[in-house]
Design a binder for this molecule. Sequence first.
Ligand code: SF4
Ligand code: SF4
Ligand code: SF4
Length: 203
Amino acid sequence: MKVYLMKPNPESDPYWFPKNCFHCDNPPCVKVCPVGATFKRTDNAVLVDADRCIGCKFCVSACPYSARIVNWIDTPSYSGKDPNYSPETSVPSQHGVIGKCDFCVDRAREGKLPYCAASCPMGVIYYGDRNEDSVTNGEETLRFSQLIKDRAAFRYLEELGTQPNVYYLPPTERIFPYERGLNNISEEKRETALHSIQHTRKQ
Ligand code: SF4
Ligand code: SF4
Ligand code: SF4
C-alpha cells in the first residue's frame, strides 16, 4: 500500500490517497508478461508467481497505477524454491522479482480482513465480495451497491479501460484533521511529513 498526499489544485485542501493494486478486470500487467508469471484468477485477484517471474519488469511499465515494485533486497535465507512459498502471500520474498499487493486472498479464505483494512485506525478501508453485495471495514457491514451509489464512488483513471476493482469514496464531510495520523509516529518522521504537507499547501 502506498499513501500519497494529493492536492488537485491550488485552492483545494490536500488529502491522503492510499493506493494498492486495483486487481483490474482488464489488467495490462498480465497481458505483457512473457512467461505467465502474473495472472488473473477467477476470484478477481491478480497475483505474481515469483518462482516463474524472470524479472523482466515489463509489467512494471505496463501498470498505469505504479502498483508493482521490484524487490531489490537480497533474501539471504532463500535459496531456490521454497516449499512454503505461495503467490497468495508472496512470502518468502525473492530477490530480483516483482512484488505487489496480493489482496490478502489467504486471509479472505479464512474470513479475515486484509491487513490494511484490519489495521486502519480510521476504518477507511472496506473489503468484500461484489457478488455478495457486501463490504465491511471490521466495524460496520454495508451493501456495496448502495455505498458506491450514495457516496458517488469512482475508480481511479477508469477511462484507461483497466476496469479496476478498487473504488474510492469522495469525502462528504471531513470530520477529522488529516494530520491526525501523524500523532503516533516518530518525531523524525513527523517532521518529514509536516514538511511535505507544508510544501504541498504552498503549491
Ligand atoms: S493495478 Fe496495475 S498491477 Fe494491479 S492489476 Fe491493475 S494493471 Fe495490474
Ligand atoms: S517481471 Fe515477472 S511478472 Fe512482470 S512481466 Fe516480467 S516475468 Fe512477468
Ligand atoms: S494488506 Fe493485503 S490487500 Fe492491503 S495492500 Fe497489503 S497486500 Fe493488498
